[in-house]
Design a protein around this ligand. Sequence first.
Ligand code: UT7
Length: 328
Amino acid sequence: MSFLIRGLGSYSPEKNITNDDFTKIMETSDEWITSRTGIKVRQYASGTPTWKMAVRAAHEAIEAAKIDVSEIGLIVTSTITADFFTPSVSCLVAGELGLFCPAFDIGAACSGFVFALDTAERYLRTDDGIKYALVISSEMLSRYTDFEDRSSAIIFGDGAGAVILQNASQGVYGSYLGTDGTGGKHLFGKLPFPKYPFYDYEITDMEDYPGKENVIVQNGKEVYKFAVKAMPAAIEKALEKAGITPEQVDFFVPHQANIRIIETAAKAMNIPLEKFIINIASHANTSSASIPLALYDALKEGKVKRGDILCLCGFGAGLTYGAIVFEY
Ligand code: UT7
């Protein structure tokens, strides 16, 4: 079993924040950011909430798929930056689209798009009448960026991507998901905890960062070390499940966190860098939205075509990682 991407959509906010903009608020330089990360510019949502970015990307995906919106039988959104802790982004999207199908969010951070695709594929595979699934990743990381931490602030951006999936009874397919919860302390965002009676709270290692609530806290070096191992591991396992070799993959679409991570992982796997879709320079790290945004740009450029075998790979907070292989 597999799935087919019927349509793809994206939403990238209009407000561009350049590396030079950062030099106005912190001790940094375009040279440092470019050479250490590959990022030149990122977009900030500025007034468009996460769920509305999701709706915009969804509308474009539906239009591209040439389906009637009423044919969608499932909505799964990956996000770590929802506007409300309830209702979910997916429920808000369902309301906007006039749908009453199952709609829920998943939280797997930067691996979220891969986790969401894997989840939707399992629904589509079952025979319960779901014709199309809408899978979205929508993230507003600017909302949780710690502008006092120059090593993490410069890497994040906002955006959304969406796909319409259809069940495909044949075709190349393999998926592998993994988690290393012991590394959760290396990349996290702690919600503010109100003090109230009868509660004695303790959140172990993450207490090492007093005052760091409502912002992303990252130990960049540890996450980097994890990422360069997790990417090849996930890709290898997904390809093994699909029964194909790296040579048979036309394009790898990795999470856009740092160009050096992609280069190092490509080298470790002995895969030419030209096979990796990279758009980090123009969007930065948009967490789970980065993979669909990269795929979207590659399609617009005419790089990825129907019939290509793609391998999407994510890694991030959790720590989570995963890869999924399919025919576009
Ligand atoms: O999507 C979620 C997954 N996240 C990731 O994959 C992130 C993985 N990690 C990384 O991409 C990198 O670790 C970062 C880009 C976040 C940081 O790069 P780094 O090469 O690990 O830098 P560092 O934090 O170790 O800092 C090296 C030096 C330090 O100076 P000293 O102590 O050597 O004098 C920092 O103070 O660079 C300095 N530095 C900066 N200098 C100018 C850190 N950030 C900046 C900055 N501008 N923005």
